[in-house]
Ligand binder design. Structure first.
Ligand code: SF4
Length: 299
């Protein structure tokens, strides 16, 4: 590839991708489906991942009517993806998931589903259900991987090995279900090469999308006890460089769902610079411009 086809943003951002796919603006409704997490209730582990807030990484989530009311003020013409975000959104019997997804899709302005989960919560009946809904609506599944490295996996208390992620990717791909992988950059003990190799591992499998974000230290997460002595954080410049380097090696058709975190201000301890999301995104644009590069440039 020798030209930037993404316009001013330099990467394949999911917002414009959805607009082109649907012919209109599509906005995500962040929903709390009332799930818990096997990494909190003792099934896979206890205490949760060390970076995870008590809301299960869904601090802004609510119900469909609440979220529609909120978002329609800003985007009165938009349609929606119902995004089940809090905790582990396939951690229930298939029939409960069916009822929840049917309810979401019954809203005339809901154009599809996004379902965030753990790769170890995709048993056959759930995979088959996802396959069924994939036939009748627009759908993607989000997988919280964060890192491919085993020492980090143990340190962050993720409580499943990499093979489980590989199996989930295989099974979803076999059924034609889109998936998006989450990675966290700046986890304790990881250097730049570790983070780049996690990103390479994920993008080489050609996911529908990736979500990258800087590690946040939140007031109610176990990581707070490690900060700052055992949890040094990257500066904005280091983060921007890393993001550009990763995206240059990411295939151009992989959609980019996030490059910054969205921690609620009152809960965030550090890094301070993540509070200004626009400044982070701007700095990434500026760095791409300075380099004269874009997503996939280095492939
Ligand atoms: S990050 Fe996900 S898997 Fe980990 S504790 Fe939070 S909700 Fe559970």
């Amino acid at each position: 590839m020798n030209m930037n086809t993404f316009g001013s943003v330099h990467y394949n951002a999911i917002g414009p991708w959805l607009k082109e796919r649907f012919g209109e603006r599509i906005v995500k409704l962040s929903l709390d489906g009332g799930f818990t997490c096997p990494n909190r209730d003792g099934t896979a582990g206890t205490g949760g991942c060390i970076f995870c807030s008590s809301s299960g990484s869904g601090d802004f989530a609510g119900t469909i009517p609440q979220q529609m009311k909120l978002l329609s003020r800003k985007w009165p013409e938009a349609r929606y993806i119902a995004y089940f975000q809090n905790h582990t959104n396939t951690y229930a019997p298939a029939e409960r998931l069916r009822a929840l997804w049917d309810d979401a899709l019954s809203h005339p302005n809901v154009a599809g589903l996004a379902i965030a989960t753990r790769p170890d919560c995709l048993p056959e009946p759930v995979l088959d259900l996802l396959s069924e809904y994939n036939e009748k609506t627009f759908l993607w599944v989000e997988l919280g991987l964060q890192t491919i490295h085993e020492p980090t996996e143990r340190l962050i208390n993720r409580c499943y090995p990499l093979e489980v992620y590989d199996r989930a990717v295989r099974e979803l791909s076999r059924r034609g279900v889109r998936y998006v992988t989450h990675l966290i950059l700046g986890l304790p003990g990881e250097n730049t090469e570790d983070m780049i190799s996690s990103a390479r591992y994920v993008t080489e499998k050609h996911p529908f999308g990736i979500k990258l974000h800087m590690l946040h230290v939140m007031k109610d997460a176990p990581l707070a006890a490690m900060y700052p002595d055992r949890c040094p954080l990257m500066s904005l410049d280091e983060y921007v460089n890393l993001i550009c380097g990763i995206l240059e090696q990411t295939p151009p058709d992989v959609t980019i769902h996030r490059l910054t975190g969205d921690a609620p201000g009152a809960l965030l301890i550090a890094p301070e610079w993540t509070r200004n999301k626009h400044a982070v995104l701007n700095a990434i644009q500026q760095e791409f411009k300075r380099r004269g590069t874009y997503q996939g440039f280095g492939l």
